[in-house]
Design a protein around this ligand. Sequence first.
Ligand SMILES: *Cc1c(COP(=O)(O)O)cnc(C)c1O
Length: 223
Amino acid sequence: MDKNKAIKNLDNVIKKIEFARLNVSDHHIVQIVAVSKYSTSKDISILYEAGQRAFGENKVQDLKQKQEELNDLPISWHFIGTLQKNKINNLIDLNPTLMHSLDNLDLAKELDKKLKIKNKKMNCLLQINSANEDSKSGVNPQEAVEIYNEIKEKYKNIILKGVMSIGAHSEDKKLIEDSFKSTKNIFDNCNDAKICSMGMSSDFETAILNGSNMVRVGRSLFN
Ligand SMILES: *Cc1c(COP(=O)(O)O)cnc(C)c1O
């Protein structure tokens, strides 16, 4: 990817985000996390030059490698993938800006325990399986608010900032919208939740129109 391509991709995504967010309200601000999991450090640095500052990876090992390769750039790094228990300590050591994929209570318990030992905290989002798909991780929407409150109550080294979900895997726009609406409803019912992370390349405009304030965009930025 060259610089002109990066600028063009970013401008296109920003224009679409602007249109959608202004439809919600002048004051509805949407953050972009550029998902770099299919990309090289070189491409990340080119998109950085074009103005992008937040990047997301879904594997702890890749996050570590790219952070090392790009350690001269003040990037905020997000972790968006399923976290294996044996990788928890590695992720803690990488100090991610935000971990989007806290997807069950057991993981919360382990993560909190290991954070405590290292005397650290981590900003996290509770991942919700809003479309109830077997292929996806995340807590069940019916239990989400209760689990959110339980984590806040019990696991003090986890700083819960809100919720994350992946839109329904479907061609049916209505189903996709319903999955976003379900997550937004949970977001509105979680005390103090600030971040509602929903929307990827294929559906970020729909996600914003349904209340997302953080989108995770990969292919549309890096192609
Ligand atoms: C890969 C990924 C994205 C980005 O997907 P694109 O379709 O490339 O925009 C967003 N969120 C998660 C959790 C992902 O794994």
